[in-house]
Design a protein around this ligand. Structure first.
Ligand code: FES
Length: 316
C-alpha cells in the first residue's frame, strides 16, 4: 500500500477530473506498464480501480482520471467531492491485467469515454517506440472528451481519430467496417462502457482470440447475475471429496480458501484468469470477462462465478 499526496486536480472534460498523485517526500514511485491500474481507497471506505494514464516512463507521479457517474455506486462522486489538492490518499501498487501483448505489428486502440485512460498510456508507449498504431476515441461530444489535447499531433498525423456520437454509439464509429478485415500481426485493444464493449466484441468476433485485448471498468451491468439462494450453495472438491458450503456473502474462492485449500488469485473481479479451475460436473454461472465460450465448458473462474446448477464439482 502507498500513501500518496494529491499534488493537483485538473478539469479534463465535462464530468471528468484528473488527479496527479506523488510521493509526499518526492521519491520515485513503483514502475508500471501501459494498461496498469491502481486501487484507490476512496473517502467513505470504498475501493475503486483507476487506470494510470500518463506515460509509464514518468516515475515521479501517477495520473488517474475519474468520471463522475450520475447514479453510480458512490466512488466517483466521493473522488470529485472529497479529494482535493494537498490531501493524502492510500493506493495499491500498480497492477496490470491489460498489457500490450506485442511491440511489433500494428495496434488498433479503441476507447469509449473514460476508457481512454489505459489506452492513453498505451498510445504514449507505442509512440515512444515508433510502433505502428491507430487510435479511435469515441465520446458523446467534444465537451465530454478528456485529453483531446494530448493527441493533437496524432490527430493531425491521421493516426488518432475522434468520434462524437451524441450519446448513441451506433451513430458514431462504424465498428463493423473498421474491424471487418483482420490483418495478420495486428492486435486490438479496447476499453469503454458496456454498450461500447459489446459493439467492439461483436465486430471483432472473427479475429484470432489472442490478438484481442480488452478491459472492463468493472462488473458489466448488462450481464444479469442470478441471486444466490439465501441458504448459499455447495461445491465439491474432487481430490478430497469434501463438500464446501458457500455462503451468499462469499465467493467460491473465499469459501474454498476458508476450507484450507490454497488457490491463486489476483484481480478477484473476473478480469485476469488467475483463479481458473477445471470443473467436472454441475453448471457454473460465469460472470467473468476472460473465458471464451469453449473454455467455459471446462473451466470456471471461482473468484466471481456462482453455481447455476449443483453440485458443482471442482478439480481441486
Ligand atoms: S482472480 Fe482474476 S479472474 Fe479470478
Amino acid at each position: 500500500m502507498l500513501t500518496l499526496r494529491v499534488r493537483s486536480t485538473t478539469f479534463e472534460a465535462e464530468g471528468i477530473l484528473s488527479f496527479e498523485l506523488v510521493d509526499p517526500a518526492g521519491a520515485e514511485l513503483p514502475a508500471f506498464e501501459p494498461g496498469a491500474h491502481i486501487d484507490v481507497h476512496v473517502p467513505g471506505g470504498l475501493t475503486r480501480r483507476y487506470s494510470l494514464c500518463d506515460p509509464p516512463w514518468q516515475r515521479y507521479h501517477y495520473r488517474i482520471a475519474v468520471l463522475d457517474v450520475p447514479g453510480g455506486r458512490g466512488g466517483s462522486r466521493a473522488m470529485h467531492e472529497h479529494v482535493h489538492a494537498g490531501d493524502l490518499i492510500e493506493v495499491s501498487e500498480p497492477r496490470n491485467f491489460f498489457p500490450l501483448a506485442s511491440e511489433s505489428g500494428h495496434a488498433v486502440l479503441l476507447a469509449g469515454g473514460i476508457g481512454i485512460t489505459p489506452i492513453l498510456a498505451m498510445m504514449e508507449q507505442l509512440k515512444r517506440l515508433d510502433h505502428s498504431f491507430e487510435l479511435h476515441y469515441c465520446t458523446q461530444t467534444p465537451e465530454r472528451t478528456a485529453f483531446a489535447g494530448r493527441m493533437g499531433q496524432d490527430t493531425a498525423a491521421g493516426r488518432a481519430h475522434l468520434h462524437h456520437d451524441g450519446g448513441d454509439w451506433r451513430k458514431g464509429l462504424d465498428m463493423a467496417s473498421l474491424l471487418r478485415e483482420y490483418r495478420p500481426g495486428t492486435h486490438l485493444y479496447f476499453c469503454g462502457p458496456a454498450g461500447f464493449m459489446k459493439a467492439v466484441k461483436d465486430a471483432s468476433g472473427h479475429w484470432p482470440p489472442d490478438t484481442v485485448h480488452f478491459e472492463y471498468f468493472g462488473a458489466d451491468p448488462d450481464v444479469p447475475t442470478r441471486a444466490m439462494p439465501a441458504s448459499g450453495c455447495d461445491v465439491v472438491l474432487k481430490r478430497s471429496g469434501n463438500t464446501i458450503h458457500v455462503d451468499p456473502s462469499q465467493s467460491i474462492l473465499q469459501a474454498v480458501r476458508d476450507a484450507g485449500v490454497a488457490c491463486e488469485s489476483s484481480c478477484e473481479a473476473g478480469m485476469c484468469g488467475t483463479c481458473k479451475v477445471r470443473y467436472l460436473s454441475g453448471s457454473p454461472e460465469h460472470t467473468d470477462f476472460v473465458l471464451s465460450d469453449e473454455e467455459r465448458r471446462e473451466f470456471v473462474l471461482i473468484c466471481c462465478a456462482r453455481v447455476a446448477e449443483g453440485p458443482l464439482v471442482l478439480d481441486l
